[in-house]
Structure formats: structure tokens, C-alpha cells
Design a protein around this ligand. Structure first.
Ligand code: DX5
Ligand code: ZN
Length: 217
């Protein structure tokens, strides 16, 4: 199974988003970080920007909701043209219900775990998700250092999925670069979200290709 690369637009130039999207034609998905200033101490973008992105790319839009009460936003992001919608386990007491709602809206559902959240919280929703996102930094900002202890967690998520016969993707997000990627893939990651290491490079497409190469399992 080949690894997918999802550049995170958080590290792109927000004044020229269409241009930035055009600089990563070799991406598998585009990762869009939505922050509400409550669940995480930062504010980013909402459905209108996703709608605008939808007009300029046919790449799958992988929307990562770092928001409280995500149930308020599922429909809006579906209408805006998101393909994949990941909600945080910590942001809802009705994870099962919301993952089913995302599926009913016709999107690929994902569940995300903050660094301190145990893998065990996913045990009874494995069959409902197409992806599990393991935060490898604390969510809220790009450019933070990778938390090495998360390698063990990635392996644990992969084991949990396999134990239930799930082929869901294991997405890693935060501090992913040419140095950390090979370890993450070896541990069981199948999608690498990369912000700074791709858009921080003068040639994002080349950086993405290098990342893909180092990540070859
Ligand atoms: C952080 C976001 C990430 C962020 C990763 O809360 O979820 O997607 O863009 O940025 P880098 O790759 O710079 O760590
Ligand atoms: Zn993200």
C-alpha cells in the first residue's frame, strides 16, 4: 500500500490560496485545518474558504475540524465541498452519532486524537471511520516539533484497526518531515499531513516528492 501525502494549507500563503494549491499538483489530498478559537487557541478558516478551494481543485479536500460542538458544522462543510471530514474525539460526547452523520452526508468520516487521548477511545467506532488522525503535536499551530512518543500510538492505532479487520487510513499530523516520515510509516501511518515541510520549501512539489520517497515503506 503506497503512502498518501496531504499538504496542509495552514502553512501556505493565505493571500494566494489558489496559487498555493497549484504548487502541489502531486498531492494526494489537500488538508484543511479548521480552528474555532475554543477547542484550540487559534482561528483559521470556515466553509466559505472550503467552497472557494473546491472551485480551484479536484483534489480531495480533507477537512480537519478542531472545533467545539462539531455537530454544528458538518452540513456546512459537506455543502461547501469537503470530501473527508475528521472530528476530534475530545470535542463531542456523541462520537458514534456524529461519525454516522458524516457518512450519511456522503463524506468519509474520520476521528482525531489529541496527543494525550488514549487509543482505547476508538475501540467501539472502528467500523464507522475511514481514517484515524493521530495528532503528533498539540493541535492549534503549524511548525511545532514532533512528539516522539506518538510513534507508539500510531502503531497502537494500526493494531486496533487490524484487530477489527479495518483498512481505514492512519493519518499523522504535526511535525512530519523527511526525518520523521520513515518512522511514522514503519509504525503504520498511511497518510502524512505535512505543512511546514512542504509549503515552507521554495519548491513545495519537490519537497512533497522527497517526502514521498523517504516514506516508502
Ligand atoms: C495543527 C494542524 C496541522 C498543521 C501541521 O493543529 O492540525 O495540520 O498544519 O503543521 P506542520 O506540518 O507544520 O507541523
Ligand atoms: Zn490538521
Amino acid at each position: 500500500m503506497s503512502v498518501k501525502i496531504a499538504p496542509s494549507l495552514l502553512a501556505a500563503d493565505f493571500a494566494h490560496l489558489a496559487h498555493e494549491v497549484g504548487r502541489v499538483p502531486n498531492a494526494d489530498w489537500l488538508h484543511v485545518d479548521v480552528m474555532d478559537g475554543h477547542f484550540v487557541p487559534n482561528l483559521t478558516i470556515g466553509p466559505p474558504v472550503v467552497q472557494a478551494l473546491r472551485r480551484v481543485t479536484s483534489l480531495p479536500l480533507d477537512v480537519h475540524l478542531m472545533v467545539e460542538a462539531p455537530e454544528r458544522w458538518l452540513e456546512a462543510f459537506a455543502r461547501a465541498g469537503a470530501d473527508r471530514l475528521t472530528i476530534h474525539v475530545e470535542a463531542t460526547v456523541h462520537l458514534d452519532r456524529l461519525l454516522r452523520q458524516i457518512r450519511e452526508l456522503g463524506l468519509h468520516p474520520g476521528a482525531a486524537l489529541n496527543p494525550a487521548t488514549p487509543v482505547e477511545s476508538l475501540r467501539y467506532v472502528v467500523e464507522l471511520v475511514d481514517q484515524v488522525l493521530v495528532m503528533t503535536v498539540n493541535p492549534g499551530f503549524g511548525g511545532q516539533p514532533f512528539i516522539p512518543g506518538m510513534l507508539r500510538k500510531v502503531a497502537e492505532v494500526r493494531r486496533l484497526l487490524e484487530s477489527q479487520g479495518s483498512h481505514a487510513d492512519v493519518v499523522v499530523d504535526g511535525g512530519v518531515d523527511e526525518r520523521t516520515a520513515p518512522h511514522l510509516v514503519a509504525a503504520g501511518a498511511s497518510v502524512l499531513v505535512a505543512g511546514t515541510s512542504v509549503f515552507g520549501d521554495p519548491d513545495p512539489a519537490a519537497a512533497l516528492t522527497r517526502l514521498r520517497r523517504t516514506a516508502r515503506p
